[in-house]
Design a protein around this ligand. Structure first.
Ligand SMILES: NC(=O)c1ccc[n+]([C@@H]2O[C@H](COP(=O)([O-])OP(=O)(O)OC[C@H]3O[C@@H](n4cnc5c(N)ncnc54)[C@H](OP(=O)(O)O)[C@@H]3O)[C@@H](O)[C@H]2O)c1
Length: 345
């Protein structure tokens, strides 16, 4: 017995060392880890601009098929398929094309990184839903649900969220007052929205859509456990990454400030001093999470990039509630037409 303990202790030290080496292999060598090498089919959104575009180039390998859903043209070496997340019919068409494209191959990673920050509170999607919520949450939710049956047993799903969803972050965005999908899709029915300016209302809608992303990740992670699937589900906040296209709808002076901050952040140590992240750092974090180079501590799924380092913060009060995550999942199912229940509202 004592001998078994000694041997198993020896074995577990060896296993730990092997795990350490495989986790850190990418830092010391260009050879892909086993996990990376086995990751052959990746589906991604938000790979045409900002840090997603950089992450896409880091993910490319000759033996890997990456299918990117995008509105515009894309890069060499990946399969670009037309996708407009603000149209549910378009999302369904995209999924059919993905399935045609990958044939029998299981999806090893799904990266839902696209995001829009509308500053027009009256803007609506093709289906009549508030535009940020429709694009960031409903379109991605439908995409995820339709592709779920094709996930590999050990698939990784990374959904890009934002710290703006959490009042504790004091991001300057109005934190979500609730996570009622029916009101978020139809804010004209919500008398509590701060409409003091279009940018303020747009920020509130954006933050709420990012809370919906996090709740979706939580519900999916629980579903994976309930159904005994080995999926890893992560929600990723890149921190503030100036210089990307996210503020394209802001007034010109704010866009200029954002662009300048992005340029400045690239100087040595500047990003840390400014409390922001470079697009390069955000891309590396997204790539690491999607490929499995970075693994979550037990019981954590919210990865937040802060001062260039991945942290695993506690969730906001709303984000940690199972009942809220269940309701978001159920109501979204109806809003995207996956359930026959009467349309909520
Ligand atoms: N930058 C930040 O400080 C920050 C902070 C927290 C979270 N985030 C999140 O990080 C992600 C990437 O943002 P980013 O800052 O890199 O901004 P970005 O440069 O504007 O990138 C956004 C991406 O989303 C795609 N997209 C937007 N609307 C779409 C639609 N209707 N259908 C399909 N694709 C659409 C864009 O495609 P097109 O090329 O067609 O426009 C682009 O590839 C977003 O989810 C954003 O919410 C960013």
């Amino acid at each position: 017995m004592a001998q078994w303990h000694r041997r198993s202790g020896h074995r577990s030290k060896r296993a730990w060392a092997l795990r350490w080496v495989s986790t850190h292999a990418r830092m010391v060598s260009d050879h892909p880890s086993d996990r990376e090498a086995s990751m052959r089919t990746i589906v991604m959104t938000g790979g045409t601009s900002g840090f997603g575009r950089l992450a896409l180039s880091q993910l490319q390998r000759p033996d890997r098929r990456i299918v990117v859903g995008a509105r515009g043209a894309g890069s060499d070496g990946v399969t670009m398929l037309s996708l407009d997340l603000s149209s549910l019919a378009n999302v369904r068409q995209f999924v059919s094309r993905v399935i045609e494209e990958i044939a029998e191959a299981p999806i090893d990673a799904l990266i839902l990184n696209a995001g829009l920050h509308s500053t027009d509170p009256t803007a609506r999607s093709a289906d009549g839903h508030e535009l940020s919520f429709a694009t960031n949450h409903l379109g991605h939710y439908l995409l995820l649900r339709l592709l779920m049956p094709r996930f590999a047993d050990d698939a990784r799903v990374v959904i890009t969220t934002s710290g703006t969803h959490d009042p504790a972050e004091r991001s300057g965005f109005p934190p979500p007052r609730h996570a009622d999908a029916r009101l978020l899709a139809h804010p004209e029915r919500d008398s509590g929205v701060d409409r003091s300016s279009p940018v303020t209302a747009g920020r509130a809608f954006y933050a709420a859509s990012k809370l919906a992303n996090l709740l979706t990740a939580r519900r999916l992670a629980r579903l994976a456990v309930e159904e005994g699937r080995g999926w890893t589900v992560l929600a990723f906040c890149p921190g503030q990454v100036p210089g990307t296209g996210l503020v394209r709808n802001y007034p010109a002076p704010m866009r200029l400030g954002w662009w300048l901050a992005g340029r400045l952040a690239g100087a040595p140590f500047a990003a840390r001093l400014m409390g922001v992240n470079t697009a390069r750092a955000a891309a590396a974090a997204l790539t690491g999470l999607a490929q499995g180079d970075v693994r979550p501590p037990r019981g954590r799924l919210y990865a937040a990039l802060r001062r260039g380092k991945i942290t695993w913060p506690d969730l906001s009060e709303l984000a940690r509630r199972d009942d809220v995550a269940d309701a978001m999942w159920r109501d979204s199912e109806v809003l995207v037409g996956l359930s026959d229940a009467p349309v909520p509202g």
